[in-house]
Design a protein around this ligand. Structure first.
Ligand SMILES: Cc1cc2nc3c(=O)[nH]c(=O)nc-3n(C[C@H](O)[C@H](O)[C@H](O)COP(=O)(O)OP(=O)(O)OC[C@H]3O[C@@H](n4cnc5c(N)ncnc54)[C@H](O)[C@@H]3O)c2cc1C
Length: 498
């Protein structure tokens, strides 16, 4: 989204390449903005990052032969995806044998187990998928074809729960197959929550579901780690531009006295960025890239003067859920060699967790990790993920192994030799995992969050917003973060006169 930049004073704003730019947050959005500005010749760019590492929700860990992604996992799509292009241009996908691609988000790959080790016939799974994918497309069509749902606040979850049984009822399947497909459907709704980033699909607005645009070409693994993409961008940013352990407490903006002299203006620096450790940075422009989860928690105090009411409302309306990953490394695989992973389908009476303590009922897909030998990983979302975050690693490992034994019928599955997991819900600098358009919100809320704050005096953009949650079509992804960083850098670059 490129908001029109207002003209000021004698006709044009006075942005220059020597202006002081401070970027808050050193994740993909912040790094992308800094890289764009530095390569365009901007001389005074700083990133303030609260953690002791770059990358934010891209968090690659290396342990011996294992490369573990605690955050972003895949490049979503190749056709038109700028991250894919970056990876190709820099030969990051070189080792084709270690590439994991699969063609769409709904294909069940590998065996699908029922409790006791029974494997569901692949043809049944395939038929189910076709019906399910059709329904998901229908959900997107509400936005794409400007159809109005029966109830304005209808959710994707409600729609799917009403429509799927109707379609199933019309099929020629016998009752047993219908029951199986119904159970597959319930499990699939769980997968949909981690794809979307919510606790339940009943939180996700039907009308705006189709705002999200996917790139074709499947999900692609970065064989040497997701952070190799960051490294490419970081090469253009001098190390001294990135300050670590600098948590920003608040941004005091629009303090400037109107003044027509550019030199004097910049010596005054309209913005003060106050860090938790007491240090204060001065800037002419600040680009805020903190996650929406952080903004939701701190929006009322993070900026002074406070954010406009409209922006605060949009921040509150948008969804930002918890999605975690749990990696289990075994001494040797208990799964078939070459298997990409497997799925677990519960019996009807056990499908839904009745409380977060039953978090393990939300487990669904286990992926074999191509970047970590002998390792499988599972995804977990919502309240169940938050509950899991508070348990010890031993408790989590023990519970998951019970589940695996029960579903595969293999009582010999040992405890893993190592468990690693993310805890994005409790992470104070993220406060969750990624954004979605909640019931009651719309794509316009994303645009509102992305809209810069302009100086009352010069009408220049002084506080800008980037980050995955500020990109209307691709929110929730790494490429959204990357594009949003470039968008905000370009906003300044295009206003620049010297
Ligand atoms: C489990 C998980 C799996 C994912 N899988 C995928 C995937 O497969 N593909 C994909 O495309 N995307 C995926 N994503 C989403 C993707 O990781 C994010 O959309 C993207 O990395 C966000 O980048 P960002 O720069 O907007 O935010 P962040 O990476 O969160 O960067 C913001 C930075 O701001 C810092 N910060 C916060 N508060 C302050 C403060 N007060 N002062 C200073 N610094 C602060 C944070 O520490 C952080 O480094 C996944 C995310 C998660 C959590």
């Amino acid at each position: 989204m490129a908001a029109a930049s207002p003209k000021v004073g004698n006709g044009f704003p006075k942005v220059t390449r020597t202006a002081k730019v401070v970027i808050i947050g050193g994740g993909m959005a912040g790094i992308s903005a800094a890289q764009r500005l530095k390569t365009a010749g901007w001389t005074d760019v700083k990133i303030l990052e609260a953690r002791d590492r770059a990358g934010g929700r891209i968090w690659t860990q290396r342990l011996g032969p294992n490369t573990i992604e605690l955050g972003a996992n895949w490049i979503h799509g190749s056709e038109g995806n700028p991250i894919y292009k970056l990876a190709c241009d820099h030969n990051l996908l070189k080792n084709a044998a270690r590439l994991q691609t699969f063609n769409d988000r709904y294909r069940l790959r590998g065996d699908t187990f029922l409790p006791g080790g029974q494997v569901i016939d692949r043809e049944i799974v395939q038929e189910f998928l076709e019906m399910y994918e059709e329904l998901i497309e229908e959900c997107s069509d509400f936005f794409l074809q400007k159809k109005t749902p029966q109830h304005p606040d209808e959710s994707v979850g409600n729609y799917l729960e009403q429509e799927f049984p109707k379609r199933l009822g019309l099929s020629y399947d016998n009752d047993d197959v219908k029951r199986l497909k119904m159970n597959l459907f319930k499990q699939h709704l769980k997968q949909e929550t981690f794809t979307t980033g919510c606790h339940s699909m009943k939180e996700v607005g039907l009308q705006a579901f189709g705002e999200y645009v996917s790139f074709a070409g499947g999900n692609i693994n970065l064989p040497d780690g997701y952070d190799t993409v960051l490294d490419v961008l970081l090469k253009d940013i001098p190390p001294e531009c990135m300050l670590f352990n600098k948590q920003v407490k608040c941004v005091l903006w629009d303090q400037m006295v109107a003044d027509n002299s550019s030199a004097e203006r910049h010596s005054q620096h309209a913005i003060s960025i106050v860090c938790e450790d007491g240090e204060i940075f001065k800037a002419d422009h600040v680009i805020v890239t903190v996650p929406l989860g952080f903004l939701k928690k701190h929006a009322s105090t993070f900026l002074q003067p406070p954010l406009p009411e409209k922006k605060l409302r949009s921040i509150a309306k948008m969804g930002f859920g918890v999605v975690d990953k749990i990696f289990l490394e075994f001494e040797k695989p208990f799964w078939e060699a070459g298997s990409p992973g497997f799925q677990l389908v519960c019996k009807e009476d056990e499908t839904d967790p009745r409380c977060p303590q039953e978090w393990y009922k939300k487990l669904y897909i286990f992926y074999v990790d191509p970047k970590a030998p002998n390792t499988v990983f599972a995804w977990l979302s919502g309240e169940e993920a938050l509950h899991m975050e508070a348990l010890t690693e031993e408790e989590v490992a023990h519970t998951i192994v019970q589940v695996l034994r029960r579903f595969t019928g293999n009582d010999d599955i040992p405890l893993p030799q190592r468990l690693m997991r993310s805890r994005w819900g409790g992470d104070p600098l993220s406060c969750g995992s990624y954004s979605f358009i909640a019931v009651g919100a719309s794509g316009e809320d994303i645009d509102t969050i992305a809209e810069p704050l302009y100086s009352q005096h010069t009408r220049e953009p002084v506080v800008q917003f980037a980050g995955e949650a500020t990109h209307r079509q691709h929110h929730s992804t790494v490429h959204a973060a990357y594009l949003s960083g470039q968008r905000e850098a370009d906003r300044l670059i295009h206003m620049c006169r010297a």
